[in-house]
Design a protein around this ligand. Structure first.
Ligand SMILES: [Zn+2]
Length: 81
């Protein structure tokens, strides 16, 4: 499992590759994740209180073979953002 750091930039700004950012989808807390190549995807996954994402994450870009079990660093402290 790899740990993904939270993006240091705010919503609406370009996210650095290999980071995540809080998002909401259909009223649920989730995250947008940028793979190490910078491809963006909105997670449609279970995310535990500690930030563990399940199932594993596959990059949405068909030309990219990034596929990892990930943990979102800082997920718990992002509650109520
Ligand atoms: Zn990718």
């Amino acid at each position: 499992m790899i740990t993904i750091p939270r993006s240091p930039v705010g919503p609406g700004q370009p996210m650095p590759a290999g980071t995540w950012q809080p998002a909401t989808f259909e009223g649920q807390r989730t995250a947008t994740l940028a793979c190490p190549s910078g491809h963006l995807g909105l997670l449609n996954h279970e995310i535990s209180e500690t930030g563990v994402v399940s199932p594993s994450v596959v990059c949405p870009d068909g030309s990219c073979d990034w596929h990892e079990h990930v943990k979102l660093d800082g997920w718990a402290s992002a509650a109520g953002y």
